[in-house]
Design a protein around this ligand. Structure first.
Ligand code: NAD
Length: 250
């Protein structure tokens, strides 16, 4: 691990364009469980609450669960040392952009500037009819489902539900960054969610070196990963940043 960390640090320092791709795993140490696995959200909730058709036909039931998961619970989470280390890499110019599948806003709260949100952001709530967007904290959730002040429609969290398309700009910018990347950090993602999981494959196809950080191997590990840093993002990333910093200026 020690040697691999040094190797990864050197690759990042020598790279002209490094991009990070993150998944639910990076927020686990902030207290947000992933979807899958033994302690994942889907062991406690039925994923159908995030199915677009179910949501529109059962808005009350969906919103009760959505409020519990994404607003009562996510709302209290704070960025952890993994998010902060990524923001530190960007600040020094060693990371050009960050593509996240997460919807928890923790990268921005940690100070990351160029963040492409592949699946939207739970901070915003949108009216599907008139397009009005509101901060979730400004919405009255004492009566569910919350409704648009303008036209009375049921409001929807502005993140991607099952059955919805990826926001155009985030999609285009993510794949453009993957094609430009000389190094891609793939952090805390199983790569099971399409089309997001295609982003690291696109980077690898375009010649990027893939550095993966995860306590467990994933489908990426044996297919495209060049350096696997086994461990928690909140421990590995600060150590990686420290080593990149220590390298002599060339
Ligand atoms: P996933 O739930 O499929 O997998 C999580 C991955 O994180 C696993 O590979 C696991 O080994 C790894 N992991 C666990 N603890 C870790 C740690 N401390 N450090 C690094 N890695 C760790 O996650 P996914 O691939 O991102 O797919 C889930 C989908 O659900 C995504 O689309 C995401 O948008 C969404 N989601 C988001 C959040 C969030 O916003 N925080 C939370 C749950 C799910």
């Amino acid at each position: 691990m020690i040697d691999y960390l040094d190797k990864a640090a050197r690759l990042i320092r020598e790279s002209g364009y490094t991009v990070a791709f993150t998944g639910a795993g990076i927020s686990v140490e902030s207290g947000i469980p992933p979807f899958r696995g033994r302690s994942g959200l889907w062991s406690r909730y039925d994923p159908k609450v995030l199915d677009l058709d179910y949501f529109y036909s059962n808005p009350h039931d969906s919103w009760v669960k959505i409020k519990e998961i994404f607003y009562d619970f996510f709302g209290k989470a704070q960025p952890n040392p993994g998010h902060i280390a990524l923001a530190g890499l960007e600040q020094k110019g060693w990371l050009k952009s960050l593509i996240t599948q997460n919807i928890d806003n923790l990268h921005q709260e940690a100070g990351s500037q160029t963040v492409w949100e592949f699946h939207g952001n739970s901070q915003w709530v949108v009216c599907p009819r008139c397009g009005a967007r509101h901060f979730a904290t400004e919405i009255d959730m004492s009566e569910l489902p919350p409704r648009c002040h303008e036209d009375g429609s049921v409001l929807k969290p502005d993140f991607i539900f099952f059955g919805e398309g990826i926001p155009r700009e985030a999609y285009d910018q993510s794949f453009a960054a993957a094609r430009k990347a000389e190094v891609m950090l793939v952090i805390g993602t199983t790569g099971e969610v399409m089309p997001a999981s295609m982003v690291p494959y696109e980077a690898a196809r375009s010649g990027a070196t893939i550095i993966e950080i995860n306590p467990e191997t994933t489908p990426f590990t044996n297919q495209i990963t060049h350096i696997f840093l086994e461990g928690k993002a909140g421990e590995v990333l600060p150590e990686l940043l420290a080593r990149v910093r220590q390298l002599p200026v060339d």
